[in-house]
Design a protein around this ligand. Sequence first.
Ligand code: TRP
Ligand code: SF4
Length: 401
Amino acid sequence: MFPDRVVSGMRPTGLMHLGHYHGALKNWIRLQSELPCLFFVADWHALTTHYEEPGVIEKNTWDMVVDWLAAGVDPSQATLFIQSRVPEHAELHLLLSMATPLGWLERVPTYKDHIENLAGRDLATYGFLGYPLLQAADVLIYRATQVPVGEDQVPHVEMMREIARRFNGLYGKEPGFERKALDAVKKLGSKRARLYAELRSAWHQEGDAAALEQAEAMLDEAGSLSNIDRERLFGYLKGSGKIILVEPDVELTRAARLPGLDGRKMSKSYGNAISLREDPAAVTKKIRTMPTDPARVHRSDPGDPLKCPVWQLHEVVSDAATRKWVMQGCTSAGIGCLDCKQPVVEAVLAEQEPMHERAQQYLDDPSLVRAIVADGCDKARKLAQETMRDVRETMGLSHLS
Ligand code: TRP
Ligand code: SF4
């Protein structure tokens, strides 16, 4: 009933590394050619934890956008924008906050974790508690149907769905909703109307999810309906009233996690990262000096790839034949560690070469990046304003329109 749309954001942490590429960015690049996508720099989110050091946000934002472009995010396919340039996100956040129970925010699993992990920062703030709600506003304002996120963010998307459902339940009941819905049922024609009634009661009384799906598919195809009536019938079917905000689905980022140079998660703060556009000589050196299986002290000692961080890189960047060669060569002491690292060096450099090339034009002319983002902000803002018109209306705030 609402078209497919993908929305995802990233905090402006500055230069991206290969972990970001093999995690989130590759997924974005796949999705951009399949569905309409909106990707944004979550600069307000950066402030929820780093409000004391706002100075780096701007530089980090542009560095990150150049990296997105370098990695292959394509502005002719996806819309790229900056959260704070679409202030409607804040308006929706405020309006959603009125009816969001505190307990929902306090129970988000990342809340307590983060407060502990980021000890040293005072995160007993209103903004930090509310950031999953801000994230909900980021997505709901575009009526996104899919949100590509990693495992850690799944509870946030779950909460977005609850927020949307609650909003529709509270505000989606226009006066006379039931009567209008029943009128719309008649417009389906008698055969479909009967089927609709049967499927609706199977869903309401037996929780038959297949019936719900079948009814939704039927509504999608019913050409005789106006959009408003279709919306009412979807609402009446689900028991939620009119659907104003869409419940998005998780599009789980299943990409292999690329570990850092020491085998831990790749992260700038661990100093174990290879940045996306790192100079080839530095990349080569970093890989050649990586630690290996600690039991393999001499070239003649057999090793165990499963105890070696280099192997974890092979698992992401090498083909099956190379991995087999590593397995056999390492466990039999047939190859040395530098031999083993060479294909990793080559694969990483090959992967980075087009990134350097794509980045160059943007480094030569930063106004290109600004133009891409300005255009993306305009597009995003138009969509956000459409949703806000409906939200204001249903909340009794359309005074002058
Ligand atoms: N919270 C996300 C992160 O820390 C970033 C983010 C903000 C986001 N708003 C979003 C991700 C909306 C997906 C959808 O990485
Ligand atoms: Fe690691 Fe390769 Fe050396 Fe084995 S040969 S210990 S997998 S670097």
